[in-house]
Design a protein around this ligand. Structure first.
Ligand code: EPU
Length: 337
């Protein structure tokens, strides 16, 4: 393990923010991780995965561990299902592509989500009617404090909308080293009810889609709406869709009868943050190099040399404007440092 000083993190976060790390080490094996943790005792730590769900607003005065553990192995399989262990540093979309090539079903709707496999459970990534928890079996993690390895079952992870135990109760205490998934080998359960997927399949005259068709539909939809971080720095959805109570929802509906919404339960309603941001006039706006994407108002972008602070200032401006106009608070989905 090689330790670098004053390392630029520009290539390690999808916003492309040029902040520096005091100390930086790339971790390629679990023993190396344990060794680094033992060495880092009493130093502040910063765990870096795919860097796709964070906004850096200042230099990182910490020991950055870049988790680059690689490998996919089969744990068990029968005629119907396969269970696979995937190391944390594997790129999420490459793993999805691997599954499509082998005709393993379950993750096709999650095509093209940026980030790594090891960080996917932290916020229970989701898109087009599927969430990571739907295919998740367990994960292994190393405790930062004791360097002990532990397995977390699905129940123990307490998955929720863009949330898990790793983002709440035990935040900052464990580093996920691998994730185990159970996927179907045939008789795949397809999720095609999402409007844009339906439309895409219909336009291609596909009546009986394969998981590859669905993956291709999702890729086409995402590419038409969401910017590629390699071309335009971004972190996907910057905000979560707010969930409001029945009373708030009722008065909101009276004022905005055409607003889109999803019923979460009889007393909880989710309102798309993208709609709120667009109605507040921010879609496609640019303030210096910080901006709101022209095709999806939920995505903040770095047009070139925006600093993390400029993006964060824009986020706060949006939050305030939405609160003033609708009385609804929108919370960031990305982690801001
Ligand atoms: N909308 C607008 N303006 C926009 C974009 C969308 O008014 O600029 C409206 C749409 O018309 C639609 C509603 O907002 O009625 C919802 O839009 P969309 O279906 O595009 O999804 P979203 O709620 O904005 C969520 C996820 C995305 C995921 C999509 C598809 C969150 C925070 N975001 O976005 O996840 O891809 O659904 O399932 O839940 C991500 O997390 O990085 C991400 C991209």
């Amino acid at each position: 393990m090689q330790i670098e000083h004053n390392k630029s993190l520009k290539l390690f976060n999808t916003f492309g923010i040029d902040c520096k790390a005091d100390l930086f080490a790339e971790i390629q094996t679990v023993p190396e991780l344990k060794e680094a943790l033992a060495e880092a005792k009493n130093k502040p730590l910063f765990i870096l995965g795919g860097g796709s769900n964070m906004l850096l607003t200042k230099d990182v005065h910490a020991f950055v561990l870049y988790i680059n553990l690689k490998g996919i192995s089969v744990v068990s399989e029968d005629d119907d299902f396969i269970t696979m262990q995937v190391m944390a540093g594997e790129n999420w979309h490459e793993f999805v592509q691997y599954c499509i090539e082998h005709d393993y079903g379950g993750v096709e709707n999650l095509s093209l989500i940026p980030g790594n496999v090891g960080t996917a459970p932290i916020q229970n990534i989701g898109a087009y009617g599927v969430e990571l928890k739907d295919v998740f079996k367990s994960c292994t993690a190393v405790a930062i404090e004791t360097q002990q390895e532990r397995t977390f079952s699905k129940e123990e992870c307490k998955f929720d909308y863009r949330n898990s135990i790793f983002k709440s109760e035990i935040k900052g205490k464990y580093i996920i080293t691998s994730v185990t998934f159970t996927l179907s080998k045939w008789k795949h359960i397809l999720h095609t009810s999402y409007g844009a997927i339906k439309d895409h399949l219909a336009a291609k005259h596909i009546d009986i889609p394969t998981i590859k068709d669905i993956s291709e539909a999702v890729i086409a939809i995402r590419q038409s709406k969401l910017p590629d971080p390699k071309e335009l720095g971004n972190s996907g959805s910057f905000f979560k869709n707010p969930v409001v109570d029945g009373e708030t929802f009722k008065s909101f509906r009276l004022q905005y009868p055409d607003a889109p919404f999803y019923e979460v339960s009889a007393t909880e309603f989710k309102i798309p943050a993208a709609w709120l941001i667009e109605q507040a006039g921010f879609k496609g706006q640019r303030f210096g190099d910080a901006g709101v994407h022209k095709n999806q108002a939920l995505v903040l972008v770095n047009h070139g040399d925006a600093t993390g602070n400029e993006i964060w200032e824009l986020a706060i401006k949006i939050q305030k404007a939405v609160k003033e106009k609708f009385g609804i608070y929108i919370e960031p989905e990305v982690n801001v440092f």
